[in-house]
Ligand binder design. Structure first.
Ligand SMILES: [Zn+2]
Length: 69
C-alpha cells in the first residue's frame, strides 16, 4: 500500500513531499539526493521516530534506481 505522497510522486516526478515513516518515501528522498549527501540524509531519516531501518531503505533505493519505466 502506497502512502499518499508516493501516489502523488508516481504521477508528478517533481513532487517532493516525503513521509519519514514510509519506506518508499525515504528511498525516493535518498535516490533524489546527490551521492555526496546520501549519508547525511540517511542519518537524518534515522533520527525520525518510526522511520525504517537504513538497510531496508538502501535496498529500496536500489529498486527505485534500477526500476525500468
Ligand atoms: Zn511514501
Amino acid at each position: 500500500m502506497k502512502c499518499p505522497e508516493c501516489t502523488k510522486a508516481d504521477s508528478d516526478w517533481t513532487h517532493d513531499v516525503y513521509r519519514m515513516q514510509c519506506l518508499q518515501c525515504c528511498a525516493r528522498l535518498v535516490a533524489a539526493a546527490q551521492p555526496l549527501h546520501m549519508e547525511t540524509i540517511l542519518q537524518k531519516i534515522a533520527s525520525y521516530p518510526g522511520a525504517p531501518g537504513r538497510d531496508a531503505i538502501l535496498e529500496c533505493v536500489l529498486q527505485v534506481l534500477t526500476k525500468t519505466p
